[in-house]
Design a binder for this molecule. Structure first.
Ligand SMILES: *Cc1c(COP(=O)(O)O)cnc(C)c1O
Length: 305
């Protein structure tokens, strides 16, 4: 097993578990899950990997300040707030929109980690988070290191590449991963693995993955297979089919999924198995990227966990 100890945070061991896709069992297919969600009880999953090099850079700076962007339910903001505090760094968040009457549980958590929250009008937010205007940001917030929205950057992808170190070679035929900004996906591709990489976008009709990968400096020659049919209507959208899938998956495997990313990926894998997509003898590894804090935004009592 690889070292999971960065910025002195105490992290749990990452394990690979055999799982059941909750179908009539097929003895010719083998399904496994890389439990990045189990890394840490508060901040789990892929986000810590994406943050790694930004944290290191901030630790070496004199201002020791990180600035980033996100929505009111962003896993990325929660992870940044927590990791920054652990590392003894100051953190600032530009948040899209206005503060609602009741702050989101995510922003409550971020504030509890001493993150400074600044709301930004949507149009300004869009412009600034897409291409950070450093002069503007520095004049407003002082010197800092900017983490692009969702950790979408070359340094984020380099950090995500380390996820591949947890996956033993020559053990799996396919690696499946959920996609938001495609940074985690880019990291996996950068690792240059032989397994077929299958991507499950959490956004509807995400056609710009090749362009995103190019920006993250992934070579053109390696491309994932992208499954567009499992976004459930768009980012953060859900229906009762998805919820009941999550509950059944939990009952069978004792593993909680988040509704924004991993439930959609697992639903997709299950559907692809049903449709005969995976050849007999496949060893499929699904990466559980965590994100369970996002489930707190669902109505109470929907989930059995
Ligand atoms: C952010 C996130 C993703 C998407 O990762 P990207 O690197 O942005 O593609 C997947 N799963 C979870 C749980 C996340 O929080």
């Amino acid at each position: 097993m690889q070292e999971t100890d960065f910025v002195n945070m105490e992290l749990n061991e990452v394990v690979i578990k055999k799982i059941s896709p909750i179908l009539p069992q097929r003895s010719d297919l083998h399904l496994y899950m890389l439990r990045l969600d189990a890394l840490h009880p508060i901040v789990s999953g892929n986000k810590l990997f994406k943050l790694k090099y930004y944290l290191e850079q901030a630790l070496q700076s004199t201002h020791r300040t990180l600035l980033t962007f996100g929505g009111a339910y962003s896993n990325h903001l929660a992870a940044t707030a927590y990791a920054a505090r652990e590392a003894g760094l100051r953190s600032i968040a530009c948040v899209r929109g206005e503060e609602g009457r009741k702050p989101s549980h995510t922003l409550d958590f971020c504030r509890s980690q001493q993150m400074e929250i600044h709301f930004m009008e949507r149009e300004l937010y869009r412009q600034i988070s897409e291409t950070p205007h450093e002069d503007f940001l520095t004049s407003r917030f002082g010197p800092h290191i900017t983490i692009p929205s969702g950790g979408f950057g070359v340094m984020g992808a380099r950090g995500a590449r380390d996820i591949a170190d947890f996956i033993p070679e020559n053990s799996f035929s396919h690696i499946c991963v959920a996609v938001g900004t495609a940074t985690t996906l880019a990291g996996l591709l950068m690792a240059g693995r032989k397994e077929k990489i299958i991507a499950f976008p959490a956004l509807k009709g995400m056609t710009d993955i090749p362009e995103r990968l190019r920006k993250l400096t992934v070579q053109n020659t390696i491309q994932p297979e992208v499954m567009q049919d499992y976004s459930f209507g768009g980012f953060g959208k859900w229906n009762m089919d998805l919820i009941s899938y999550m509950n059944r998956f939990y009952k069978v495997n004792n593993i909680p999924l988040d509704f924004v990313y991993n439930a959609k990926m697992m639903f997709g894998i299950t559907d692809l198995i049903r449709k005969g997509f995976f050849p007999p003898g496949s060893h499929i590894l699904a990466i559980h990227t965590g994100g369970l804090q996002g489930n707190d935004s669902l109505p109470a009592n929907l989930l059995a966990f």
